[in-house]
Ligand binder design. Structure first.
Ligand SMILES: [Fe+2]
Length: 471
C-alpha cells in the first residue's frame, strides 16, 4: 500500500485512534519519562519554571486526548442514525485541528497579534480557543481527582466488606443488594462526573465574559513610620499591566482612567506593561492614558513587554509628550509644602540575557538603586517586578509593583492561600501588601491580561494607597 493510500484509509486511522485512545495513559507516561530523561541530561539549563511549563504541556496533551474520546462518545450516542465511530473520530479530529491551528495566531506571528488582526472573528475564535484551553485542562484535572476519590472510596468499601465477612464468618446478606446499589451508584457517579467536569467550563465562561473586566477599587492604608507630616493622607493611585490589545480595549482602559480620576488621586503611579506584544499599540495606549489627572503628576516605570519588543525609548518619548514621566533609573522629588518624598523608577529590562545569572542581574540593579535612594527621606520605588525587594540596607520604604496579574490570572486563593498559577510557578509575591522589616511592597493585580483572556479569582485592580504615619 502506498503511503498516501495508507493515510487515506479510514481503517488505519481507526486503528491508530483506537490504540491512542486505549493507551493514552501509557503514552502520556512515556512522554513524561522521555522529557524527564531529557531534562536530567540537561538539568543545568532548566529550572522550576521550565518544568512547570512542561507539566502543563503534558497535561494539555493528555486532556485533549481524553476530551476527543468523550466528544466521540457523545456523538455516537446522540447523532441520529448511529454513525460509525471511525467517521465520528475523523470528523472530531479534523474539526479540532482546524480550530486549534486557526485560533492561535501567535504561532505564526511570533507572539504578536497585529492591530490588523483585531477583527471580531479573530477575537471570537481566539476567545473560544482559550476558553477551551483553560476549561478542558481544569476539567480534566478535576475528572482525574474525582476518579481517584471514587477509586479510594471503592477500595475502602472492599476492605470494609472483607473485614465484615471475616468477623461474622458469613457473606453479608446485604451483598445480594450489591448489583442494584452498584447500578444506582454508577448512575449517580456518572451524573456527578458530568457536573464536576462542567464546572471549569462555566468558570472559564465567567472569567472570560465578566471577571476579566470587573474592575475592583482596592483601598490600602500604608503606614510609613518616617512619613513627613505634610504627606499624611497622601493618596497614590496605582495602575499596572494595562496591556492594550484585542481583549483589553481602549474603551475599557478609558473606563479605568475615568474611575482613577474619580478617586481624587494626589499622584498616579503606573507600573509597566502598557502593551501586549504589538509595538504599534504604544501610541494608542499613551493617548488613552493621557487623560489621567493628578495634582502631583503621573509617573511610571517600564515593564518587560516594553523591553521585549524594543519600545522602551519610543514609549518614554510618547509619554513625555503627554506630560507623563517614565522614571528610568531616575528619581524625582515630590514636594508638598516644606516636605519631600523621593520617588524612584527602574526598568524591568525584560528577559535577562543568557550570560547573566539572576544573581548577577539582581546585584546590578541593587547597585543602580543604591545611587538613587535618599537618606533621611521616604523612598518610594516603582518597579514592574520587585526583584530587589527585601534588602534592608537599601533604604526603600515602599515598593509598588505588578507583573503577576494576581497569580497568573487564575487563583483559588479563597480556598487556600497560595493556590494560584503564580505560586505554582514559584513566584514569591503575588498580590496585596507584603512587609519585610521596615520595607513594604504592594503587588497590584493589573487591569489587563496577557496570554489567555480569562481571569478567575483575580479581578482587575485599581489601587488607592493612602499614606499615613498612624498605626
Ligand atoms: Fe503584565
Amino acid at each position: 500500500m502506498s503511503l498516501s493510500r495508507w493515510f487515506r484509509s479510514p481503517r488505519i486511522f481507526l486503528l491508530v485512534y483506537q490504540r491512542v485512545a486505549a493507551h493514552w495513559r501509557a503514552i502520556v507516561l512515556l512522554l513524561i519519562l522521555a522529557c524527564v530523561a531529557f531534562l536530567v541530561t540537561r538539568s543545568a539549563e532548566f529550572g522550576r519554571f521550565e518544568l512547570i511549563l512542561l507539566a502543563l504541556l503534558l497535561i494539555f496533551i493528555a486532556s485533549q486526548i481524553f476530551w476527543l474520546g468523550r466528544l466521540v462518545d457523545v456523538g455516537e450516542r446522540f447523532i441520529p442514525g448511529r454513525p460509525r465511530r471511525v467517521w465520528l473520530a475523523i470528523m472530531t479530529v479534523v474539526v479540532y485541528l482546524f480550530v486549534l491551528l486557526d485560533s492561535y495566531p501567535e504561532w505564526g506571528l511570533g507572539h504578536t497579534i497585529r492591530a490588523a488582526d483585531y477583527r471580531p472573528q479573530s477575537v471570537l475564535i481566539h476567545a473560544a480557543f482559550w476558553w477551551w484551553f483553560v476549561g478542558s485542562m481544569s476539567a480534566f484535572l478535576l475528572v482525574i481527582a474525582f476518579g481517584a476519590a471514587d477509586r479510594g472510596v471503592r477500595a475502602a468499601g472492599w476492605v470494609y466488606r472483607k473485614a465484615r465477612t471475616a468477623i461474622h464468618q458469613r457473606p453479608a446478606a446485604a451483598d445480594a443488594e450489591a448489583p442494584l446499589l452498584s447500578r444506582a451508584r454508577r448512575r449517580f457517579l456518572e451524573r456527578a462526573a458530568v457536573l464536576v467536569s462542567a464546572t471549569p467550563f462555566v468558570a472559564a465562561s465567567y472569567g472570560l465574559l465578566y471577571e476579566r473586566q470587573n474592575v475592583e477599587v482596592v483601598r490600602q492604608r500604608v503606614r510609613l513610620a518616617r512619613l513627613p507630616k505634610a504627606f499624611e493622607g497622601f493618596r497614590i493611585v496605582q495602575l499596572s499591566d494595562i496591556h492594550l490589545g484585542p481583549f483589553t480595549t481602549a474603551d475599557y482602559i478609558r473606563r479605568c482612567v475615568a474611575i482613577t480620576n474619580g478617586l481624587g488621586p494626589d499622584l498616579i503611579a503606573l507600573t509597566g506593561d502598557y502593551i501586549c506584544w504589538d509595538p504599534e499599540a504604544q501610541g494608542e495606549v499613551v493617548q488613552v492614558l493621557a487623560s489621567l489627572r493628578a495634582p502631583h503628576g503621573v509617573f511610571g516605570c517600564l515593564g518587560n513587554h516594553e523591553a521585549d519588543v524594543g519600545i522602551e525609548d519610543s514609549i518614554t518619548r510618547l509619554f513625555a509628550a503627554q506630560g507623563m514621566r517614565m522614571l528610568r533609573q531616575e528619581r524625582v522629588p515630590i514636594r508638598l509644602r516644606d516636605d519631600t518624598l523621593n520617588l524612584i523608577g527602574i526598568d524591568d529590562g525584560g528577559d535577562v540575557a543568557p550570560e547573566h545569572t539572576q544573581e548577577v542581574e539582581r546585584d546590578r540593579r541593587l547597585q543602580r538603586l543604591k545611587a538613587l535612594v535618599m537618606p533621611n527621606t521616604v523612598n518610594i520605588l516603582l518597579t514592574h517586578y520587585p526583584a530587589v525587594f527585601g534588602d534592608p540596607e537599601l533604604g526603600i520604604d515602599l515598593t509598588l509593583a505588578g507583573d503577576i496579574h494576581g497569580g497568573g490570572q487564575l487563583s483559588l486563593d479563597f480556598i487556600h492561600r497560595g493556590l494560584n498559577l503564580g505560586s505554582l510557578m514559584g513566584v514569591p509575591y503575588i498580590r496585596g501588601l507584603y512587609k519585610n522589616g521596615g520595607e513594604q511592597l504592594y503587588m497590584n493585580r493589573g487591569i489587563g491580561i496577557t496570554g489567555f483572556p480569562i481571569r478567575i479569582g483575580a479581578r482587575p485592580e485599581i489601587t488607592v494607597l493612602e499614606l499615613t504615619r498612624e498605626t
